[in-house]
Write a protein that binds this ligand. Structure first.
Ligand SMILES: C[S@@+](CC[C@H](N)C(=O)[O-])C[C@H]1O[C@@H](n2cnc3c(N)ncnc32)[C@H](O)[C@@H]1O
Length: 197
């Protein structure tokens, strides 16, 4: 019982530490992706599209702690996809921020469409987190490209569903078409699952 309480308090402190990093992500959202990652079984494959300086990646990687699961982070690390910041190389900051979890995180640098083309088709995904290009066409392409690799019944989640009309439109279309099933919309995180065929 004391160990459980100690683990719980340590975990809370670690999430608060991650929250001190710079990023487009808050602790409430961090707790959501952390919990999803923690619920996954060993040897899971997690993909994040849009990592920036690594904040959401660290929350996810913290949830994978103690497992042989891996988080693949896909990004150009050049503030692409209509970001409000100017073009700059964010990769050095990413590498510095994720260093405590570097054994868990595999960076894949490039445009998501190109990384997808090189992705081994047999490597199926247990959790897909999309926070890359926020324009309608970009989100739609990421879903069309990556969804076929996600295992049936697994989480496909999006950031900025409420704030970006392009994200909302692309996601709503997939829900309408039955390609995604809404689980919950929590703050700025939209949780869906790939339906079981
Ligand atoms: C909103 S930021 C991600 C925020 C991050 N999840 C965090 O925790 O702070 C979006 C990121 O997506 C990347 N991006 C945008 N379009 C992309 C694309 N087509 N392929 C790869 N990366 C892309 C940008 O370079 C940027 O780093």
């Amino acid at each position: 019982m004391r160990k459980l309480l100690k683990d719980f308090l340590c975990q809370g402190r670690r999430l608060e530490e991650i929250d001190r990093q710079e990023g487009h992500f808050g602790i409430k959202e961090g707790r959501i992706v952390f919990k999803i990652a923690k619920s996954l079984k060993d040897f899971s494959v997690v993909v994040e599209i849009g990592a920036y300086k690594g904040k959401s990646a660290c929350f996810i990687a913290e949830g994978l702690k103690g497992l042989s699961s891996r988080l693949y982070c896909v990004d150009t690390w050049f503030n692409d996809g209509g970001m409000r910041q100017a073009r700059m190389d964010t990769f050095p900051d990413f590498l510095r921020n994720i260093s405590p979890w570097s054994g868990k995180i595999i960076p894949l640098r490039g445009f998501s469409a190109d990384i997808r083309k090189a992705w081994p088709l047999e490597r199926k995904i247990d959790f897909l987190w999309i926070d890359g290009d926020h324009a309608y066409q970009g989100v739609k392409k990421d879903i069309d490209d990556w969804l076929p690799l996600v295992k049936d019944g697994c989480f496909v989640c999006f950031h900025d569903y409420r704030e970006y009309s392009g994200v909302k439109r692309a996601v709503d279309e997939k829900i309408f078409e039955g390609k995604l099933r809404l689980v919950e919309s929590k703050g700025n995180v939209f949780l869906a699952k790939k339906p079981i065929q």
